[in-house]
Design a protein around this ligand. Structure first.
Ligand code: NAD
Length: 356
């Protein structure tokens, strides 16, 4: 693996490889860019088939966090950690505390939080060893469940798209098809139902479908969701669902969902644009979670402030639509442009000696 060359080309600042054989820790912490603030992102605990696969994920995800925070207008950079382990069988207090000690060595250049395989309970163990943790439970002064703001931000993003496509940001009477009905989708659904939208969902787990039925939501089998006649298609489960296979089947005018990495390839974002389907870039409309944890920094956490900042996703999505229209580029390219412009402008701030 030509790691240093790859880091240099991708603009990565630092990658830390961590081992602690006594507790079975094998982890990688990637810090992509700290122009805007400390690198911040969750720790993913996953039984990667190889170290190369784990490194790929850490690099890819930390870069995505740089873009997500830059577009969300928050003072955080991009970082991510991966622990090579099975969260169901290998996770122990010692493993999490050992990981926390490595986070501490970075002196606050990286702030850790939850991701796939890690929970706020794990953060409490990590917190025994380092203060560089965000997303702690509300009972310990943290910002708690991130999906509440992620769901709100997704709903605000859908409203901005509606304004562009149908001339009004009201989602009353619009049909939203949601793939996956977990934490984020169900939080967004509450807002949609309050506004009298119609929702159709699918999930691979019966409990999730029962929850949807209890809310009066229509349910379809997993392989039928792409073909649902709807106004907004909302991927809220997996990445890579927008592809050359699924795009021709979509009947929606808008794609806006909570899942990360929805586009299988960059070309799929261009294809949506070519077909006149408005794509809400995933990292823009699912930023409510990172916005929520950013509110935990520095001052005591305030849910009201988190809500107010998350609602700004409406304006940010609107700005992306404007860039896309004016520059005649896809919304995914426009979002990258918005994030890169913010990074470039802050990089130009004159570096003066600051006494003390
Ligand atoms: P979750 O695990 O609560 O929900 C995901 C749901 O998708 C589950 O109910 C699962 O059964 C279902 N699912 C999985 N595969 C499926 C398939 N093939 N077809 C249909 N349903 C399927 O997770 P979540 O927290 O709601 O996150 C959803 C997505 O949003 C993930 O991609 C996550 O990375 C992303 N995201 C979450 C947050 C957050 O704050 N939780 C923030 C940003 C991005």
């Amino acid at each position: 693996m030509d790691i240093l060359n790859r880091m240099g080309k991708g603009g990565y600042e630092e990658v830390l490889f961590c081992t602690d054989p006594g507790v079975g820790l094998r982890a990688i912490i990637a810090i992509h860019d700290t122009t805007l603030g400390p690198g911040c992102g969750g720790v993913r605990i996953w039984p990667y088939a190889s170290e190369a696969e784990a490194l790929d994920d850490a690099l890819r995800l930390s870069r995505a966090m740089t873009y997500k925070s830059a577009a969300a207008d928050i003072p955080l950079g991009g970082g991510k950690a991966v622990i090579i382990a099975d969260s169901r069988t290998d996770k122990t207090e010692a493993l999490m505390r050992s990981y926390g000690r490595f986070v501490e060595t970075l002196g606050g250049r990286y702030l850790t939080t939850t991701d796939v395989g890690s929970t706020s309970r794990d953060l409490e163990y990590i917190h025994q060893e380092t203060d560089h943790v965000v997303g702690l439970p509300t009972s310990t002064g943290g910002s708690g469940d991130t999906s509440i703001m992620t769901g709100l931000g997704l709903y605000m993003g859908m409203k901005a798209c509606s304004k562009e496509v149908w001339g009004s940001d009201s989602l009353a009477g619009k049909t939203v098809a949601m793939q996956g009905f977990g934490k984020v989708a169900s939080k967004a659904a509450h807002h949609l139902l309050e506004e009298d939208s119609r929702i159709v969902v699918t999930d691979i787990h019966e409990e999730a479908l029962d929850r949807a039925r209890d809310m009066g939501i229509d349910v379809v089998p997993p392989d039928g969701i792409i073909d649902v006649d709807c106004d907004i298609f909302s991927p809220c489960a997996l990445g890579g669902v927008i592809s050359s296979d699924s795009i021709p089947r979509l009947r929606a005018r808008v794609v806006a969902g909570g899942a990360n990495n929805q586009l299988l390839t960059e070309a799929d974002g261009e294809e949506l644009h070519r077909r006149g389907i408005l794509y809400a870039p995933d990292y823009v409309v699912n930023a409510g979670g990172i916005i929520n944890v950013s509110v935990e920094l520095g001052t005591p956490y305030s849910e009201e402030r988190a809500r107010e900042k998350t609602e700004r996703i409406y304006e940010i999505m609107g700005r992306i639509i404007t860039i896309s229209r004016e520059e005649e580029i896809s919304t995914s390219a426009a979002a990258d442009r918005l994030a890169e412009d913010r990074l470039d402008s802050v990089r130009r701030v004159r570096k003066m000696y600051r006494p003390g």
